[in-house]
Design a protein around this ligand. Sequence first.
Ligand SMILES: O=C(O)CNC(=O)[C@H](CS)NC(=O)CCC(=O)C(=O)O
Length: 280
Amino acid sequence: MKISVLQMTSGGDPAANLEITSGMMRDAAAQGAKFIATPEVTNCISLNRSKLVDVLQHEEEDLTLAGLRAEAKELGVWLSIGSIGLKTNAADGRFANRSFLISDTGDIVARYDKIHMFDVQVNDAETYAESKGYRPGNEAVVAQTPFATVGLTICYDVRFPHLHRDLAKAGAEILLVPAAFSTVTGAAHWETLLRARAIETGCFVIAAAQTGQHSPKRATYGHSLVVSPWGHVLVDAGTETGATVIDIDLAEVAKARQRIPALTHDRAYEGPACPTKPRT
Ligand SMILES: O=C(O)CNC(=O)[C@H](CS)NC(=O)CCC(=O)C(=O)O
């Protein structure tokens, strides 16, 4: 089955980002892709909160969601919208960083709100405080497609192996890891984290990424990857924008798990408390 990861440099204007995303979807579909994945915050990357208040919309009115649903239907492809920044009705005014799985008829099959917030000082010059702007979700999500069961995650979630293990145990054969990784942590950790999640779970990992310079102060790592359940990097999109199409064989999931059945080898043990579920 042919799938595609779209790599983009989203800016602060959702309408412009939508046009670029739609064009890449048409390109991917023309190359035969039946499942297309977009990165985290496909609709808008802006460090400026007051700007986000101006441009982000509620899910019901969101132009990116409506436009990409229409595009998926038109092209007859399944679509993972890695995430869209959305307004919510939360009293604290925080946004949602929400991923959507869209069917080839344009219907919303699943939603997932990013659980783990990137509240991290990357180095002296670069600090992120995602939870100031975004309200974390607290529900893990797997969803059914005609070709595979998929587990939804977003970016920083990739550093929490228990979430991926839970998704795989719940039936996921594909883990979606849309991202906007920082350039510093991307170079140090990105590929290793994705390969580890694939190997541990025996899942394909499909990771569409933001890339390049979004604004004077914001850059992302790129390197959208598709990793096989055995841990091979099947494709690395480098740092350019565009659609990368690759054929994957979902039978590899069962083969990898047969060779290394670690997913079914858990043993109970006693000892220091080991949180396996998100803590507040
Ligand atoms: O704020 C936005 O515009 C969109 N959201 C993001 O870019 C998020 C939160 S700042 N980025 C990450 O999670 C990077 C994780 C990462 O780089 C790591 O785990 O090392």
